[in-house]
Design a protein around this ligand. Sequence first.
Ligand code: ME8
Length: 659
Amino acid sequence: MKYYITTPIFYPNSSPHIGTAYTTVAADALARYHRLLGDEVYFLTGTDENAQKIVRTAEAHNTDPKIYVDGVVERFKELWEALDISNDDFIRTTEDRHQKVVQQIFTKLYEQGDIYKSEYSGWYCTPCETFWMENKLLEGKCPNADCGRDVELLKEESYFFRLSKYQDALLNFIKEHPEFIQPSSRRNEMLRFIEGGLEDLCVSRTTFQWGIKVPFDPKHVVYVWLDALINYISALGYPDGENYKRYWPADVHIMGKDIVRFHAVIWPIILLALDIPLPKVIYGHGWYLSKEGGKISKSRGNVQDSFELIQRYGSDAIRYFLLREMQVGSDGTYSEDNVVERLNSDLANDFGNFISRSLAMVVKYRGGVVPHPGQDGVLERELKELSHEVKNAVEKSLEALDLARALEEIWRFVARCNKYVDETAPWSLAKHENQRECLDTVLYTFVECIRVMAVLTAPFMPGLPSRICRLLGVDEGFIRWEEADQWGISEPGTLVQKGEPLFPRIDISQYMTAGETKIVDQDQNIGQDINQTQAQKETTEPTPAPEFEPIKEEISMDEFAKLDLRVAKILSAEKVAKTDKLMKLEVEVAGVVRTVVSGIAKHYAPEDLVNQYVVLVANLKPAKLRGITSQGMILAASQGEVLEVLMVNKDLPGGARVK
Ligand code: ME8
């Protein structure tokens, strides 16, 4: 199956923000999901550059529009990369490949009589790039709900597009295809709007020259919306390109509710006039609002630096927040403290904690080796059934483009996994040798639960699969959607590790005082000084390299051979009283039990060490530490504040040589 999904092409009059990011992350999650299903996916995003507001912004920055947009487009591309957006193409409407197609279509529509020349007399809102008739204005201002700004009177010769001619054909199409405009609330709005009567649309301007020239009348430039909508086919190489033949019609055009009208009226009418099939779904999501209630937008000045947010919390956490918080048909509220709350509760506490807790138990009780499971009990059967139910529900939600619902479903499974840990209490099973098989089943089930969680979350948080696979000792091919509800996929005998927490808890006061959002002007350096921005980047302080101890002088092989290194099993561990550094260990090596005092107490709890196999310098002269004779030394790696005892995970007995 093919799957073609697009975002709007964004105006590069200012840098992308968390609102623009939402649409792009949502499209990305859907694209990734369809790739996991095995579909042939084409995911398009880009920038809409031929707008009058671009000219105005460039003027305000004392620069040329092209130089200005080049700077902002780089920001878009960088942000999409930072957010792991997997678009297959990025179209800019200043590119030749786009301009040629727009000119060709404009000429065709003119030649077939769907475009005609007349005179426009009415109002124009430059921020919205929309024409308004006098009777639609609200107290003389732009009537758009999130705009309300000044409009300008235009009286100019213009070309017009006969929308009215296609009104009935469009109404019929919408009525016959209830899935065409989603969610249904937007469909009803659009039906009412079209039934109110469509007026022909002004599709050219003569009062500025920035844009695509009408080929047979070059004092006109094409109206930015007619130009922009065509990107969805120009990027595919319309009319003869292979991609066009393969991928059109689009499966989903996703966008904010503010621009559904252009996509549900002008775009289908262009396509009807060209006798091209219409897209399958136009989906209009809600807006991200600030805590104070207004839409997050550059013009409202309530935009936070997206790069800083990603740096602080990571792309996966930001993506999770954006996708989880916006419910179908309504708006979402964005604030940094909401992000941290979601991160701490859903990601650190529920998701990450299950993974680190359960893997720590596999390491503790089975040396990190995934055991062979025994017979399933009621709880394991329940988990399997739930994974089946959740996978189906996630698929249904994603087909309905309800990403928040899909995540809610996955978290139902995550919650059940956490409950399973408490119900099975592996720490109690570990105390009884006759429960060995039962503990094996529980530990194996943990590993399978982690796998299921990794598969289901892969479309939403694409950074996770590789990190989780590393912990599970497998490669990324292990993430197969069709196996999300199949069990018994993990191989017993695989070596897992506990690793660092996937989502460390965040203390928000580190970044800001409660409730305060840091607003920045991300665009102050955009314009003629892209080179300067580059220079600034280059002069930012690099992260200091760690300071290593110098390497010691050479020794001969004979000298090295004097060291007797052995695997030793830790039988017991306890902190040495009145010190915070020392741990007293009883270790078994070559059939003898020895006492070793080691400076690792700040880094390990005694219960993390018992039953682990470590490396012991077995022929070191005994030394007294705090009155305890230490018979050898265990090896640990350390740098700065970090220390890790070297552990041996294969099935090697205490006493095995290390050479
Ligand atoms: O309209 N919450 O470009 P644009 C959610 N160039 N989504 C938001 C948002 C918010 N607060 N703010 C912006 C244009 N968006 C045209 C499109 S397509 C042929 C031409 C998202 O830069 C949302 O998808 O104004 C919205 O529709 C889009 O950005 C508007 O982007």
